[in-house]
Design a protein around this ligand. Structure first.
Ligand SMILES: Nc1nc2c(ncn2[C@@H]2O[C@H](COP(=O)(O)OP(=O)(O)OP(=O)(O)O)[C@@H](O)[C@H]2O)c(=O)[nH]1
Ligand SMILES: [Mg+2]
Length: 195
């Protein structure tokens, strides 16, 4: 990890708090791909890139604790979406920035942080989100924890859509066109079998 002054302190947040409806309601982070839970692939790719890690989970917390990182559950109950996980994590994070990644994309790029941080700085934005060339990958994002009051206000108004919250802030798009395959994620049993 680069330690120069342009590299802020970052906590990686693995989002594993979803309902996994398309997978039949299973906890996707614990779903095994070639004998290993998906969360382990993401942990391995994330560890060299960030100072510390949190796992956002709403079930099987004891199993996630086994990885020796704090496990944070949403305060908004009932699987209200990734922003609920963002808010719960931001309340406990002690670094200036949070990098969010989903638990179900096992090929996480080794330069995810560098690309997002470079985009953030070059575009002088508040937050940065990955762009695979066709679409935004909204849960691959670098976000300052100082935006927590903004997020809480957004959620308190009943909003849950991630793109709408990003639209309230200056958002940099980080270019991942050359490696769009890193966003391949596993949503259905067919996708798991095909992996
Ligand atoms: N903390 C938290 N994370 C969530 C929530 N909903 C989705 N996520 C995470 O956000 C990421 C993207 O969500 P999806 O790919 O739709 O996963 P999912 O919601 O579990 O799956 P579906 O129910 O099939 O949509 C995944 O890493 C999920 O674990 C939530 O309510 N809370
Ligand atoms: Mg979902």
């Amino acid at each position: 990890m680069r330690k120069d002054c342009r590299y802020p302190r970052i906590t990686g947040v693995i989002l594993a708090g979803g309902q996994g409806r398309r997978m039949g309601g299973v906890d996707k982070g614990l779903l095994e791909l070639q004998g290993r839970p998906l969360v382990e692939y993401v942990l391995q790719a994330l560890q060299p890139q960030v100072e510390t890690i949190l796992i956002s989970a709403n079930r099987n917390q004891a199993r996630y604790q086994h990885y020796q990182y704090p496990v944070i559950s949403d305060q908004l109950t009932g699987y209200q979406g990734p922003l609920a996980g963002f808010a719960a994590a931001m309340q406990v994070i002690e670094t200036d920035y949070m990098l969010t990644v989903p638990c179900d994309a096992p090929e996480l790029a080794p330069d995810t942080v560098i690309r997002l941080l470079t985009a953030l700085q070059d575009q002088q934005a508040e937050l940065a989100v990955a762009d695979d060339g066709e679409r935004l990958q909204p849960v691959h994002a670098l976000i300052p924890v100082s935006l927590l009051p903004s997020l809480q206000a957004f959620l308190a108004q009943g909003n849950r859509k991630i793109d709408l919250w990003y639209a309230q802030h200056q958002m940099a798009r980080a270019d991942f066109r050359d490696c769009a395959g890193v966003f391949r994620n596993i949503n259905t049993p067919e996708q798991l079998i095909g992996s």
